[in-house]
Design a protein around this ligand. Structure first.
Ligand code: KG4
Ligand code: ZN
Length: 333
């Protein structure tokens, strides 16, 4: 079964062709990072209009590679995300499915992030699984007993993990999105310990990142008062300090969930799962197999949407031609 996956929930236009849930035939992303960087964040209307431009070119490339002839289904992100961005992807998917005479299927973006792990690790995954989903808009701990049984164990009560990476980076003028830059700079730091406080909501698997964000920003402004313009070394140290604090909170709650639910595997997914420190700390911390998609499949892409459609069993011959977008869609109701 060959599924064409379309992703447009935020500022990445992604199109992929995936066979049987794990054979990745084609995976292309048009990133809008440079366009939004000058605004210091994503401008929704600009994102939606850029998707219109990108999808035409992305689909043309698939056609040029003679990959359109064998498509069985078109899967598309229906939410959560920016309404305008989602509308472009869903409309494109419907038109394409109609012209190819194949069904169109709406997919939850958050499921997509989780099923990215199946693309390169399908044979290693054994239920029950605990998935830690860390992205720019979400931070969730999910227990999966099977492909159809997902239980939300915990989530952020305020900012998402990726969001605080971006906000702290912005405070230091490190560009947008800030996560990858903080990751790279932290690698250059010689620090081995942190001094920012780790948030730990008692008796709960919920996260909170706004306190870490505020203490990092206060710490940075104190350093500026004391030193004037921060040296590169000092910025790198702040990046290490902040990053390690975020990672420590994620590990704390993941550890609690693993002790309570005794899963066979841990999956870490979403854009922040591309973070090198998070990847290595989680792998060294847990005795059970930890599965993390390759960084390119952690950030938004069309392959994960096709993978979710396949593994969640969403494919059916009934086409969702009346599909709407759901900007506030949740992973579990
Ligand atoms: O999953 P994603 O591509 O989009 C959403 O669904 O939100 O995640 C984007 C987020 C951004 O906040 C970005 O800063 C963060 O993922 N991110 C990282 C890294 N790469 C991307 N955060 C920390 N370290 C990274 N290497
Ligand atoms: Zn995402």
């Amino acid at each position: 079964m060959i599924i064409l996956g379309i992703e447009s929930s935020c500022d990445d236009s992604g199109v992929a062709v995936l066979e049987n849930g794990n054979n990745l035939i084609h995976n292309k992303i048009h990133s809008q990072t440079e366009i939004h960087a000058s605004f210091g964040g994503i401008v929704p209307e600009v994102a939606a209009r850029q998707h219109i431009i990108s999808f035409g070119n992305l689909i043309q490339e698939i056609k040029n590679n003679n990959l359109l002839d064998n498509i069985d289904y078109v899967a598309v992100t229906k939410g959560p995300g920016l309404a305008g961005s989602l509308l472009v992807g869903v409309n494109y998917a419907k038109s394409l499915a109609y012209s190819l005479d194949v069904p169109v299927i709406g997919v939850n973006h958050l499921s997509g992030h989780i099923y990215a792990a199946w693309i390169d690790h399908q044979n290693e995954i054994k239920f029950p699984v605990i998935a830690l989903l860390v992205s720019g808009g979400h931070t969730e701990l999910v227990l999966m007993k099977s492909n159809t049984e997902k239980i939300l164990l915990g989530q952020t009560r305020d900012d998402a993990a990726g969001e605080v990476f971006d906000k702290v980076a912005r405070y230091m003028d490190l560009g947008f999105p800030g996560g990858p830059e903080i990751d790279n700079r932290a690698k250059l730091s010689k620090l081995k310990s942190r001094n920012l406080p780790v948030t730990n909501i008692k008796d709960s698997l919920d996260f909170s990142f706004s306190g870490i964000k505020t203490s990092a920003i206060k710490y940075i402004s104190r350093l500026i008062e004391e030193n004037g313009k921060l040296s590169e070394d000092l910025i790198n140290d702040v990046c290490y300090n902040f990053q390690d604090t975020v990672v420590q909170q994620l590990i704390l709650k993941l550890e609690l969930a693993v002790n309570l639910y005794k899963p066979n595997n841990i999956i870490v997914c979403g854009g922040v799962a591309a973070n090198s420190h998070l990847r290595s700390r989680i792998i060294e911390e847990f005795p059970i197999p930890v599965i993390i998609p390759t960084p390119k499949l952690c950030t938004d892409n069309g392959a994960m949407i096709a993978a979710a459609a396949f593994h969640e069993g969403l494919v059916s011959n009934k086409s969702e031609l009346d599909l709407d977008v759901f900007p506030s869609l949740r992973l579990v109701d």
